[in-house]
Design a protein around this ligand. Structure first.
Ligand code: IVH
Length: 679
């Protein structure tokens, strides 16, 4: 592949990944990767687009901010766009921003910088008309946000009325959940036996985007204002100082920690001081925002389509702490991958308590040389996945020996295998209980089929009793079987009824969710959706060639290969058959399907047994129909081709040769489905 092609493919893949993470973060308030990974992807995409401007697409996430709004709330157009901020990941990048900015403004001018804390909440615009709070909206994609007026009105910090206000005044700022309140809420969750919330930011976002404002009110959110949006009829603002004075005078909360400096060395000191004290406030901060203080200078600098040039976010590096690694265990995932993980003495890092951290694979453990009993450095990048950076060698116990990867699976006891050239080790036993359990839990999870009531405990019991060997079996479970399995529970009648209803509803799941649930590697929500739309049903996907899949804009060769590998596996095909037999829809696509109708108007007859082919006879017919063709039972002069399997009837064969109808075997039929032509 030439370099330019690989740039094109990589950019498309990155765009799809960033879009999927945006959707997880902004649309569902659940980050799917640490912030640092997201930043990395975005940077790589920007790097390619800077080098190759011809590859920039209008929908590139480098040009956009956040996610498209959610349909639960009505849309609000921002009259003044709500922009994002560019990041500086270290002091080198910060000083590069400074030099660029000063150069654009003219070095002889005076420059003042206002330094504010970067609150880790969510941006909101609150609009006052003639002093009354008229509307409040989330940032959304920067141009259109969600109307959250009723919910914002429950936030005590935000006045419903401001006196002596301009005709229109949009106040922008950050809605956040104080850490003390987050801890209280989590204690309440634990008392109720519910799972604790992940972190204050996501809880704040989830709380603001509630259908019922009384739920928002109960969470007790707070607000810091830091900017103005549309202003009509107000006093002319010349500086950041004047803006904050106005906000304060109107009764809006302004963070007391902000400071203005003209010497850039002091800006750096401010960042360093807050980096060291990042946990001292009762709200989460993930950096410092540095803005040019003079508003006329901001005008001169202007903005890119995504972010202003007059401001930069200095992001704090991931936080690190030390703790003792008590032991290393191995967990078995649904593909059988054996992932080593560290069991740690619980340590508070990056805003939450960490007791476990992944070690990825055998090579990572050797490279880091972490051993049971070591004191290790733990890092939490973003708020999601904790990581062991490495051991503190000076503190290593004298008797320590390197950790060895186990030879057998901790769940089923079969031997673990690692092939040459592969960093991962696998349990290859398809009947391994841990594999089955994680596969089913994944299938039932929110991103996939969302089967409520199928918790880990129930899954374990169903697997232990041998009632479920793969996800296809879920749809054959009877009330009696479930009642017997869940014997220990007093309320099991209701539980079972609810679970059966949830399983039944899952029969009508969208194809994209099904693909995710089945666990096709590398497939995320947006790429699964692209596949579903392009091919329309699971049979057509399972027949598609790598090149056809990779031809979809947004899907690269890695995903394409993973899809074909998945469906080449007999076990996976058998599971799909079981789902079909048990009444699960395999062709539900929201929106338009765009399978190219390459067989439109053509009549293709299939005869004989296709046993051992890449496709069953029923699937062959469906694939023809999905491409716009017909598959009647007999040959006529209108037949375009006859597909012939083993033990085919003489009549059809003879008739086809008399009429000159092409006779196709397996490879020719495959080509026909791919190209629409008999070659
Ligand atoms: S100013 C045009 N100031 O960071 C600039 N943003 O990464 C608009 N944020 O969308 C933002 N603290 O949600 C600004 N002191 C602060 C901030 C702040 C947190 C958030 C805000 C913004 C995001 C960009």
């Amino acid at each position: 592949m030439s370099e330019s092609d690989s740039d094109h493919d990589r950019a498309a893949e990155l765009r799809a990944q960033v879009a999927a993470h945006n959707e997880a973060y902004h649309g569902r308030d659940r980050p799917s990767v640490p912030d640092s990974t997201y930043d990395e992807l975005l940077r790589e995409l920007k790097e390619i687009e800077t080098r190759r401007p011809d590859l920039v697409t209008v929908d590139s996430p480098t040009l956009a901010v956040g996610a498209t709004p959610n349909e639960l709330f009505s849309a609000v157009e921002h009259r003044v766009p709500m922009m994002s901020l560019d990041n500086a990941m270290d002091f080198g990048e910060l000083s590069a921003w400074h030099d660029r900015t000063i150069k654009s403004l003219g070095e002889t001018e005076t420059h003042a910088f206002v330094c504010e804390l970067k609150f880790d909440g969510l941006a909101v615009s609150v609009r006052y008309e003639n002093g009354d709070l008229a509307q409040a909206a989330t940032r959304g994609n920067g141009r259109t946000g969600e109307d959250v007026t009723l919910n914002v009105k429950t936030i005590k910090d935000i006045p419903h009325r401001i006196e002596n206000a301009p005709t229109v005044l949009e106040v922008r700022g950050e809605v956040y959940l104080p850490i003390s309140r987050f801890e209280e809420l989590n204690n309440e969750q634990l008392e109720k036996g519910d799972a604790p919330y992940a972190n204050p930011r996501n809880t704040a976002a989830g709380s603001l985007r509630q259908k019922d404002p009384s739920v928002t009110a109960s969470r007790k959110l707070a607000f810091w204002s830091y900017q103005l949006g549309e202003v009509v009829g107000g006093p002319k603002m010349e500086s950041s100082e004047q803006t904050f004075d106005l906000l304060e005078r109107l009764g809006l909360p302004v963070n007391p920690e902000l400071q203005q400096f003209s010497d850039f060395a002091e800006v750096r000191q401010f960042c360093e001081a807050w980096m060291a004290n990042r946990h001292s406030p009762d709200y989460e901060i993930d950096g410092v925002v540095i803005k040019i203080a003079d508003l006329a200078q901001r005008e001169i600098l202007g903005s890119t389509s995504r972010a202003p040039r007059w401001a930069i976010a200095f992001k704090f590096p991931p936080e690190e702490k030390t703790t003792r690694l008590t032991t290393i265990k191995v967990s078995i995932g649904r593909t059988g991958r054996a992932t080593p993980f560290a069991v740690l003495e619980p340590v508070f890092v990056g805003g939450s308590t960490v007791g476990m951290a992944t070690l990825h694979n055998e090579d990572q453990v050797s490279a880091k040389d972490v051993r049971p009993g070591d004191t290790v450095i733990v890092r939490k990048a973003g708020d999601v996945i904790p990581e062991v950076v490495g051991p503190v060698r000076a503190d290593r116990p004298a008797a320590s020996t390197p950790w060895e990867f186990p030879k057998v699976c901790p769940s089923c006891g079969e031997s673990l295998e690692r092939s040459q050239g592969d960093a991962n080790t696998y349990c290859v036993n398809r009947r391994c209980p841990a594999r089955i359990e994680t596969g089913i839990s994944h299938f039932a999870s929110r991103n996939a089929l969302d089967i409520e009531g199928l918790g880990e405990r129930t899954v374990r019991l169903l697997v232990e009793k041998g009632l479920v060997e793969d996800v296809g079996d879920l749809f054959a479970l009877t009330k009696q079987q479930l009642l017997e399995v869940l014997v220990s529970d007093s309320s099991n009648e209701t539980l079972v009824r609810n679970l059966l209803t949830a399983i039944n509803q899952a029969r009508e799941c969208p194809l994209a969710n099904l693909l995710i649930g089945l666990g096709v590697e590398h497939l995320g929500p947006s790429t699964a959706e692209l596949l579903a739309r392009r091919f329309g049903d699971i049979d057509t996907i399972s027949l598609a060639a790598v090149d056809d899949i990779a031809a979809i804009d947004g899907i690269g060769p890695v995903i394409a290969k993973s899809v074909t590998n998945f469906f080449a596996d007999d076990h996976h095909r058998a599971v799909v058959e079981k789902l079909r037999i048990n009444g699960v829809r395999l062709d539900l696509v929201e929106g338009e399907v765009d399978v190219p109708q390459i067989l439109a108007g053509r009549s293709i007859v299939v005869t004989g047994s296709l046993e051992g082919w890449f496709i069953t006879r029923e699937e062959a017919k469906q694939a023809i129909v999905a491409r716009g063709g017909k598959s009647p039972g007999s040959v006529s002069k209108n037949t375009y081709a006859l597909v012939v399997g083993a033990e085919a009837g003489e009549t059809k064969l003879n008739k086809a040769s008399d009429l000159g109808v092409p006779i196709l075997g397996e490879p020719e039929f495959r080509q026909l489905l791919e190209t629409g032509q008999v070659l």
